[in-house]
Design a protein around this ligand. Structure first.
Ligand code: UGA
Length: 426
């Protein structure tokens, strides 16, 4: 099958590469010349494990191509898969400028049947509106089908998620595109969920909102465990063994970040309020998340009451391990807060050299702690779990290690003469 993927970000690039690997002929286009330039030279501009190798293989075998000629490509291909960004606007609603631009191009160039697949996360009603735009612009009904096909890819494990999805969701207005869709994803042995356009949009938001709810629930439980000197990991075990609950998304920490969960919650709230539906639960989920940094800083304050002029090292700046993405990273929010409180901040991250004023970024994790009063583990990268604590101890000025992801063996840290500080961890 011949597919034009519009958008070469995390989702577009991973999807385009996987579809090419499934044997399809894929053209991935983006309006950003620099991105396409890098891709045509064989360089993936983002970090996603396994992507570089798979992309090179499929380019070499002639199934995957890149272009910045968006209009020509859209005109040429019978299947258009849209994976452009839908960032948050100031009021929490989603900015649909990019998707509208693509729709405009399709409408103005369409002259033969096209299946238009929307992968971008869009508020309920968007796909219906896109369909209406085609009708209003006089595009004949037999020339197009709109399909809402949300993605459920996690950065860092996106290829795994695309090869072994737990579901594939298709929102359509008729069953006409089913044959094409089944052929497109014929490699995946997973249930297909067919629903309406708006149904598919809401499945996407519901999944992210539920995951966010689980995380905020875990963080609130962890605060309670901490107050009662109970080990949260025991409570998590109790939750995990109940098949109705499960262990996933109960890891505690500085809160959820990234380009999806926070944005989608705000957008869902915005869509609900437009229909005069209250969002008490979503509000509470966001409120717990928004107060996590403060909670951890208070915890730090119990051992370092005055943070003015203190030197703090933060390990991990991405919003989670396994990515180089800094969007809505709780670690960055923490760093900004520390600077505001008068601290000098050093950072180390395995993937990212942070460029932020008033922050000294290091390429070596042990050098980053030299002379520091405290070390905060903000993101649970594997290498932090295997850290040499005597190296850390010998370089630090102070001794506090705040494990803001409960990911370190506290006993091991303490045995090296450091003051281990976890939350809900005994
Ligand atoms: C999320 C969803 O998991 C994907 O299914 C979805 O497709 C994607 O958003 C999207 O909408 O595009 P992602 O943002 O890549 O994926 O990251 P997650 O692995 O879900 O983590 C989100 C945040 O939650 C991270 O900051 C992570 O540290 C935090 N988290 C996750 C926790 O604090 N605790 C956990 O137990 C799990």
């Amino acid at each position: 099958m011949r597919i034009c993927v519009v958008g070469a970000g995390y989702v577009g690039l991973t999807t385009a590469t996987a579809l090419a690997d499934f044997g399809h002929d894929v053209q991935c286009v983006d309006m950003e010349y620099a991105k396409i330039d890098s891709l045509t030279q064989g360089k993936v501009p983002i970090y996603e494990p396994g992507l570089q190798k798979l992309m090179n293989k499929n380019c070499k075998e002639g199934r995957l191509h890149f272009s910045s000629q968006v209009e020509e490509s859209i005109k040429d291909y019978p299947i258009i898969l849209i994976a452009v960004g839908t960032p948050s606007k100031e009021d929490g609603s989603s900015n649909l400028t990019f998707i509208n631009q693509v729709v405009k191009i399709i409408v103005s160039t369409i002259n033969e049947y096209k299946t238009i697949i929307i992968k971008s996360t869009v508020p309920p009603g968007t796909n219906e509106r896109i369909h209406k735009t085609f009708v209003e612009m006089g595009i004949a009904n037999d020339l197009f089908d709109i399909v809402a096909n949300p993605e459920f890819l996690r950065e860092g494990t996106a290829l795994w998620d695309i090869y072994y999805p737990n579901k594939i969701v298709f929102g359509t207005k008729t069953n006409r595109p089913f044959k094409i869709l089944k052929k497109l994803y014929k490699r995946q042995k997973t249930p297909f969920i067919f629903t309406s356009l708006t149904g598919a949009e809401l499945i996407k938001y519901a999944c992210n909102a539920f995951l966010a709810t689980k995380i905020s629930f875990a963080n609130e439980m962890n605060r309670i465990c901490d107050a009662y000197e109970v080990d949260y990991s025991d409570v998590a075990k109790g939750l995990a063994t109940d098949p109705r609950i499960g262990r996933d998304y109960l890891n505690v920490g500085l809160g959820f970040g990234g380009s999806c969960l926070p944005k989608d919650l705000r957008s869902l709230k915005h869509s609900a309020l437009k229909q005069k539906i209250g969002t008490k639960l979503l509000d509470a989920v966001m409120q717990v998340n928004d107060t996590q940094i403060e909670f951890y800083l208070n915890k730090l304050g119990t051992v370092l009451p005055d943070l003015v002029d203190k030197q703090i090292t933060v390990w991990g700046v991405t919003y989670k391990p396994g990515t180089d993405d800094l969007r809505s990273s709780p670690a960055i929010a923490l760093i900004e807060q520390l600077i505001q409180m008068g601290c000098r901040v050093h950072t180390y991250d395995p993937m990212v050299q942070l460029v932020l004023s008033d922050v000294s970024s290091y390429v070596n994790q042990y050098e980053s702690v030299i002379g520091s009063d405290a070390l905060i583990i903000a993101t649970e990268w594997e290498q932090f779990k295997k850290c040499n604590w005597s190296e850390v101890k010998s370089r630090m000025k102070g001794s506090v290690v705040l494990d803001a992801r409960n990911c370190i063996d506290g006993k091991n840290v303490s045995e090296h003469g450091l003051h281990y500080l976890g939350v809900g961890k005994r």
